[in-house]
Ligand binder design. Structure first.
Ligand code: UD1
Length: 434
């Protein structure tokens, strides 16, 4: 049996576990951080210019450090000051994204488009499988080929070449992909001529990237709809841009408030970024009250079962499927949760079952029959959002929950323990001595 030693807020690299004593209603205020999924492509946008790009409201997370490390390897100078990052790609020394970094974070593949657009060549390790399934990058490559790049696989690396630069093109995505939309928008912003991208992702992070690129001098219209038109420009300038609030962190803490019977105000965010999630949670019994800089969320009576299907934005976010499943674990009635984005995103089900949840998986759907209360148990995190689903379950469970493999959580949730402790949660990180 491992022995637990008390830690404090994530000071140790690993191995650590999170110990939660459940049952306390969350009450208080949580400030939402900048969106990780926005900050990553925004940081990559620095590769398109030799002028400094300054981003504010950047969360302090493992994934942000990984992309900064990758950009550093390429020769980008990165100055960090609080939540501000100033990135300068005036002296690029490499166009290779190595396996060691790409394997830890798929979003590394976002450097492909900007590098081939500006330098005519990029070598990016092909991301392997991940906990969520195969997660191909074929649409990224098809789009870059449409823009005039050649893409070949050499020794596990995608080698994209466009010695005479990229040209504008019309391209329709077979699959709605957030990452491919970002990669192609980045690349097309300095391609020669007009690009029209159809069947693109409409996530707020796409709009954030388009706004930043436009502030840098790009000409991008239609972000947030399913068709984006980009008039390529010769060069981009620097800019200063504030990263949007993290809607996935927002949704996660809203669900945490509900599952614990709490009353939490989330600040530095808004309800606008969660249309379908808000509607679903309201059906489950949530009350939302807008406030100046965010909103308050609490439950009005028992939690009801609500069926949900994950879909590209503005549908119900796949990243909130695990937290929502935890909530449905204690609903009155039952809920059918269908995952349409990732084939393998039910890894949290056996862990929730260890906490007593009654869940049957049939293909891409999980039938959750609510029980009175979850019970604390040792569980294992498998990806970022599964991890927060287990934290949320642990906050509501009777007894103690110990969550291992915290590196997933640390990729996506800034100051998690401190934020929850401030609302009365009993949650601490401990080092595990084998
Ligand atoms: C992004 C988000 C992730 C979120 C996901 C879906 C970031 C850093 N990550 O991931 O949190 O869960 O969107 O909202 O922003 N696909 C292909 N071929 C491709 C690309 C994607 O078949 O070339 C498939 C994927 O396997 C998946 C689906 O399309 O089934 C959606 O993936 P995509 O939108 O690309 O996800 P990411 O951008 O990787």
């Amino acid at each position: 049996m491992p022995t637990l030693q008390k830690g404090g807020g994530g000071g140790w690299p690993m191995p650590t576990v999170l110990k939660i004593h459940g049952g306390n209603p969350l009450k208080g205020t949580i400030e939402i951080s900048g969106a990780k999924n926005s900050a990553l492509p925004l940081m990559v946008a620095c590769l398109l210019t030799d002028k400094p790009l300054t981003l504010t409201n950047v969360p302090n997370l493992a994934d942000i450090r990984t992309i900064a490390q990758l950009l550093g390897l390429l020769g980008v100078e990165c100055i960090e000051k609080g939540d501000m990052r100033t990135l300068n790609a005036a002296n690029i020394t490499s166009t290779t994204a190595p396996y060691d970094l790409v394997k830890t974070m798929r979003a590394s593949v976002l450097v492909l488009g900007p590098l081939v657009a500006r330098y005519g060549i990029a070598r990016v390790s092909l991301p392997g499988g991940c906990a969520l399934g195969a997660r191909a990058v074929d649409v990224h490559l098809e789009g870059l080929q449409a823009l005039g790049a050649t893409c070949e696989l050499e020794e596990g690396y995608i080698v994209a070449k466009a010695p005479r630069g990229l040209h504008g093109a019309h391209f329709t995505m077979r699959v709605v992909s957030v990452g491919a939309t970002e990669n192609l928008m980045l690349a097309a912003s300095i391609a020669d001529g007009q690009t029209v991208l159809r069947n693109v992702a409409r996530e707020p992070e796409i709009v954030d990237l388009a706004n930043c690129l436009n502030a840098m001098g790009a000409n991008i219209q239609g972000a947030g709809t399913d068709t984006i038109t980009i008039e390529g420009v010769k060069t981009l300038n620097g800019a200063t841009h504030k990263v949007i609030p993290d809607r996935l962190e927002t949704g996660s803490y809203a669900i945490a408030s509900l599952i614990t019977g709490g009353d939490v105000t989330l600040t530095n965010t808004s309800l606008e970024c969660l249309p379908m999630v808000r509607e679903t949670l309201e059906k489950a019994g949530a009350v939302f009250e807008d406030s100046a800089n965010g909103f308050r969320v609490y439950q009005n009576g028992p939690i009801h079962g609500v069926d949900v299907m994950t879909e590209p934005y503005p549908g119900f976010a796949t990243d909130l499927q695990a937290p929502f499943m935890a909530l449905m674990g204690i609903c009155e009635g039952a809920a059918m949760i269908t995952e349409t984005i990732f084939e393998n995103r039910f890894m949290h089900v056996p862990e929730l079952a260890r906490m007593g949840a009654n869940i049957q998986v049939h293909g891409a759907s999980a039938m959750v029959r609510g029980i009175k209360h979850l019970s604390g148990a040792p569980v294992m995190a498998t990806d970022i959002r599964a991890s927060i689903g287990l934290v949320i379950a642990g906050l509501a469970a009777k007894g103690d929950t110990t969550i291992s493999r915290l590196y997933h959580l640390d990729r996506g949730y800034e100051n998690l323990e401190a934020k929850l402790q401030a609302c009365g949660a009993v949650i601490e990180r401990h080092r595990v001595d084998a």
